[in-house]
Each structure stands twice: as structure tokens, then as C-alpha cells.
Design a protein around this ligand. Structure first.
Ligand SMILES: C[S@@+](CC[C@H](N)C(=O)[O-])C[C@H]1O[C@@H](n2cnc3c(N)ncnc32)[C@H](O)[C@@H]1O
Length: 404
């Protein structure tokens, strides 16, 4: 039964490599995102202090058509840092697209492997494993988490994305119905028939009412992946953390911590533990469709970087330091937008010169000195900057751009 399921999953991704990508587009743009942005890797896995003089050994497990692979390879090359990257996927059609994208960009030296992540450890030991959108498609996700841990080098970590239930409301009844209706049919026939039925869904159907879902509108591969998958389960945050812990992992952090922060939504009763708080936040937010975050070996549990170490180098991601510093200096609360979420951080005016000093190269101590702010005032002024921007994934620590 399990091997039948794996064959069905492989057949899907041979017919519809995911996501649909044209290698020629690599000449025009780089697809970036979470997980596996290099700054996030350093921040969440290496506490912002990786020694980049050693090559980063990366496994992209279930790499699909290559979004995560190309991002990490391109960003490492742009930073002038060495990487040994292995791409692994069941689908040879997906691999062809990923290879072509790497070729267009001149990213050579990537090892491409067609195979299962269940045998990841046979490929070597990795400092960083990307596994985005894959573990929820395995017949036995726990075995997948464990197989990836077996390939993790000491001190390393994994960036993951798994589906979450509430933001995907309406998807699972359709997947179940289509799975039963089209049993035994080839992928193209399923796609045609399902498209017809989806176009005719009645008003008020939970899928039609869900504005968070768009994959089915983007491409055939997107439609298939969302609604015709033969193997797909969502994890609520409590189930995800339980799965991580049961398989030897520990959560380092979510890429967008604010989404899981109950205290940002309501007063938090004392009796709730940390996981229960996140679980309630997920229910109250209601729109989370994927959990994106980083995990490390359970016996080496640690969280993301913290600016309590003045040698760390802060970066602003997706925000221009000069613009934000100007707004803060003028006492404004600018609207910052990321992934459908908005934040209006309330930051102290006196922090403006610190924000202005963030350039991805200066350490916190250097930023403080440049602004004429002593170490104690620096700590007090920087704390709300880190809290507010960090909560929205906009502040990350990494020394990847420092010389040496
Ligand atoms: C939804 S796609 C995600 C692709 C890519 N990681 C991304 O985020 O764009 C899932 C990929 O996982 C691959 N896959 C599924 N099960 C796998 C397994 N056991 N071993 C390796 N790859 C697998 C599929 O072939 C497919 O390319």
C-alpha cells in the first residue's frame, strides 16, 4: 500500500513537476522566500554566527523544480561563500527543470540525485537540509523526519515547510472526493475532470470561500498539487511540534513568529504552556496554510540568534534601513507588508540612528559606536527593534557578508 502511494506521488510529479517553472525566467528574476534564505539559515540554525570559511554542505530534499535549490546556490555564490549542494527528488521531470535553471544561471557543482529522501543518509552528512513542501506528502511522515535527521551533521539544522490545516479549509473534502471518483485514472484525465467540478462548485462551498488559496489558479501543476494529491496531510502546530520531538528534532523557530504569538492577539492566561499558546494563536489567526520554520537536533536544542551578543551582525530583510530609520525618526509607524501580513511596528525614535546603521556588515557594537550610543543604552534601544522586526521575520542576524 505504502509503495503504491509513493508510485502515485512519483507519477504526479513526473506528469506535473512542481512548481511549474520556465528555466528562461532565471535570466529575469530570482525566486526568494522561506525556508532557505541564507540569512534565515544562519539566524535560525547557526544563531547568526556560522563560520563561513567552511563550505556549507546542503541537501535539498524533495527539491522539485528547484526554487529552494536555486535560491540557496545563488545566494551563496553572490556572498562569495563555498557550498557543496546536493539536490534530491523522486521525479526525474522535476530534476530536469532544476538542472536547466542551474545551467541558465551558471551554477555549477550541484550534485543532482533522483531518489527518495528516505535514503538521504546514504548521500552524506549535511550542515543544512531544505525540505519544503515534501514531508506532508510521505506515506509515513515520521519516517521521513527521522531519515533526514540521520543525514544531519552535528550542529546543523533543517528548514521546513509543511501544510497547516486552517488556512487550507475546503481543500481536504475535495481531495478525498476526487481521490475516490478518479481512482485508476491517469493524471491528465483527473485534472480535466476536476477542473470542471471545481468551476461548478456552489457558492458558499468552503473552498470557494477561502481567499487564502491560489495555487489552483496559477498552473496545472498548482491545481494538481492542491486538489488532486494522493498523499497529503496537514499538521496543526501542536501536531508538528509533537512530530518533531518524537523524531529527534527540536523547533528552533518559525520564520514569522508573530503568527504564533498569542500575546499579540489577546491576554494570555497563565495556565497555558508555550505549545498551547501557539496552538491557540493558530486557531485564532485562522489563515495559516503552511508552517515555515527551522529545526535542529533535539539533543542540540537551541533557538534563533539574539542580539544580546554585540558581535552579531543584523540584517533587515525586505525593508530599506534608511526608509525605516527616517520614519522612526519622524515618530511615524510605517506599514510593513510581508506575505499577506501587515505590521506597524512601534519603535522608539531614539532607535532611528541604530536602524540607519544596519547594512548587513556592521556588528551591533559597531552600529552603537557609529551612532554614539553606549553599550547599556544600545541594549535598551535595540530590544524593541529586535522584538518588533524579528517577530515579522524582518530582522535576521548573520555574518555571511563579513570578510574572513
Ligand atoms: C510540492 S513539491 C515541492 C518542491 C520544492 N521543494 C518546492 O518547495 O518548490 C514536492 C516534491 O517532493 C518530491 N517528493 C515526494 N516524495 C519524495 C520522497 N520520498 N523523496 C524525495 N522526493 C520526494 C516530489 O517529487 C516533488 O518534487
Amino acid at each position: 500500500m505504502k509503495s503504491e502511494r509513493v508510485n502515485e506521488v512519483r507519477a504526479q510529479y513526473e506528469a506535473y513537476p512542481y512548481p511549474e517553472r520556465d528555466p528562461e525566467d532565471e535570466r529575469k528574476r530570482l525566486v526568494t522566500g522561506s525556508p532557505s534564505h541564507v540569512l534565515e539559515i544562519d539566524h535560525f540554525v547557526f544563531q547568526g554566527a556560522r563560520d563561513w570559511s567552511h563550505p556549507l554542505r546542503v541537501l535539498v530534499a524533495g527539491g522539485g523544480t528547484g526554487d529552494g535549490l536555486i535560491q540557496v546556490a545563488q545566494q551563496m555564490k553572490a556572498a562569495g561563500r563555498a557550498a557543496e549542494i546536493t539536490y534530491l527528488d523522486l521525479s526525474s521531470a522535476a530534476r530536469k527543470v532544476a538542472e536547466a535553471r542551474a545551467r541558465v544561471r551558471g551554477l555549477d557543482g550541484i550534485r543532482f540525485v533522483t531518489g527518495s529522501l528516505m535514503e538521504a543518509a546514504d548521500l552524506g552528512e549535511f550542515d543544512y537540509i531544505d525540505c519544503c513542501g515534501v514531508l506532508h506528502h510521505l506515506p509515513d511522515p515520521a519516517a521521513g523526519f527521522a531519515a533526514l535527521l540521520a543525514a544531519l551533521a552535528p550542529g546543523g539544522g533543517m528548514g521546513f515547510m509543511v501544510y497547516a490545516p486552517y488556512g487550507r479549509s475546503g481543500v481536504y473534502p475535495l481531495q478525498e472526493a476526487f481521490g475516490a471518483l478518479f481512482e485508476g485514472q491517469p493524471p491528465e484525465v483527473r485534472l480535466r475532470a476536476a477542473r470542471k467540478l471545481v468551476a461548478a462548485l456552489p457558492e458558499g462551498h468552503p473552498f470557494r470561500c477561502n481567499p487564502n488559496l491560489g495555487d489552483h489558479k496559477d498552473s496545472d501543476a498548482g491545481f494538481y498539487d492542491l486538489l488532486l494529491h494522493s498523499q497529503d496531510r496537514a499538521f496543526d502546530v501542536a501536531a508538528l511540534i509533537e512530530m518533531l520531538e518524537a523524531t529527534g528534532w527540536a523547533l528552533s523557530g518559525f520564520a514569522m513568529p508573530a503568527l504564533y504569538d498569542l500575546g499579540r492577539i489577546t491576554e494570555v492566561p497563565d495556565h497555558l504552556g508555550p505549545v498551547a499558546r501557539m496552538a491557540l494563536a493558530e486557531k485564532l489567526v485562522g489563515t495559516i496554510k503552511t508552517h515555515v520554520g527551522y529545526a535542529v537536533r533535539g539533543t542540540e536544542a537551541r533557538g534563533p540568534a539574539k542580539g544580546t551578543k554585540p558581535g552579531l551582525v543584523p540584517h533587515l530583510k525586505g525593508v530599506r534601513a534608511a526608509d525605516l530609520a527616517r520614519a522612526v525618526a519622524e515618530g511615524r509607524r510605517p506599514v510593513l507588508r510581508m506575505d499577506g501580513l501587515e505590521a506597524r511596528p512601534d519603535l522608539p525614535r531614539a532607535a532611528a540612528p541604530l536602524i540607519a546603521g544596519v547594512d548587513g556588515r556592521r556588528s551591533l557594537a559597531e552600529i552603537g559606536r557609529r551612532a554614539g550610543i553606549d553599550a547599556i543604552a544600545l541594549g535598551a534601544l535595540w530590544a524593541p527593534v529586535e522584538r518588533e522586526l524579528g517577530a515579522h521575520g524582518l530582522l535576521l542576524y548573520s555574518n555571511i557578508l563579513r570578510q574572513g
